[in-house]
Design a protein around this ligand. Structure first.
Ligand SMILES: [Zn+2]
Length: 70
């Protein structure tokens, strides 16, 4: 399940949220409960199990079905 990073337009706080493909993508800010959040394309989803921070940006821009990690 992908983890996306969001930024709140109200309080400018960053947070991460698990997004289920089976449920509507309604994300609230955990701080101010605002719905004015924007998804940011970061390397947040690559933090799982990866100790390094040298994931090339091209890895995300490419075909998502071509996953190099099981
Ligand atoms: Zn907020």
């Amino acid at each position: 399940m992908p983890i996306y990073e969001y930024v709140c337009s109200e309080c400018k706080s960053h947070f991460e949220a698990l997004v289920s493909v089976s449920s509507p993508e309604i994300i609230r800010c955990p701080k101010c409960d605002s719905l004015k959040v924007k998804k940011t394309m970061s390397a947040a989803s690559f933090r799982l199990g990866h100790g390094g921070s040298s994931i090339p940006a091209g890895a995300m821009a490419g075909c998502s079905s071509k996953s190099g990690f099981s």
